[in-house]
Design a protein around this ligand. Sequence first.
Ligand code: CAA
Length: 239
Amino acid sequence: MARVAFVTGGTRGIGRCIVERLKADGFKVAAGYSGNEEAAQACANQLNVMPVKGNVSVFEDCRRAVELVEKELGPIDVLVNNAGITRDGVFHKMSSEQWGEVVRVNMDSLFNMTRQVIEGMRERGYGRIVNISSINGLKGQVGQTNYSAAKAGMIGFTKALALENAKKGVTVNAIAPGYVDTEMVQAVPENVLQAIIAQIPVGRLARGEEIADIVSYLAGERAGYVTGATLSINGGQHM
Ligand code: CAA
């Protein structure tokens, strides 16, 4: 029987590429989203996946979303914690809202979503959790103390949860993409973005599909011996 995957932030950007790839791999897929109805409908119709609305920074929303998906598609075998936002600004000018929003959406979401599925995965003796971190959680980035802190936090979470669940058939891994050609990256001021691209040895932004390929591997049954890892996909920008 087809396994079930839930991808947060799955209707746009990297998330949508992951949804498309997991669907092609044969999963029944739910794509989480928080506000953009148009993108959600387009994703659901074009890829034939289940759209699920909810704010990943709200525990109760996540509980409800997981309940809906499990009722419709079955127990969740694969959780991809992909939803993320930026609120860039240098720290000496950063507001507590900019800090809080990023930490809640990018990092508290790991608790809110993963807590809903982990007991079932442990009971069934199988699960794949993939957390989408960032190059900037590894190396830091001017204008992103909030985002870098949250993305680094995701890596600590990944390692601790991997240890706790290794004997239960549940793997937990992180991916640290570099700059991917999405709306999030296109929002970086053009001159700043050009300077960043100049520092990427491969000489271009990543494509979402290139990130989705690695998620596809980690989400599959054959990746059972890979756990607690953080895989970089950054065109050589940070080693
Ligand atoms: N090093 C140190 N300080 C710097 C600096 C640098 N490279 N660049 C700017 N600053 C300082 C300036 O000196 C200035 O300080 P003062 O206030 O003391 O004068 C301050 O930062 C603000 O500078 P500006 O007014 O020139 O710039 P700004 O406030 O308009 O914007 C910024 C600054 C927000 C950092 C902007 O440059 C920016 O958006 N940078 C891109 C950040 C980035 O890479 N974001 C990634 C988004 S995509 C993503 O996150 C996906 C992923 O995972 C990779």
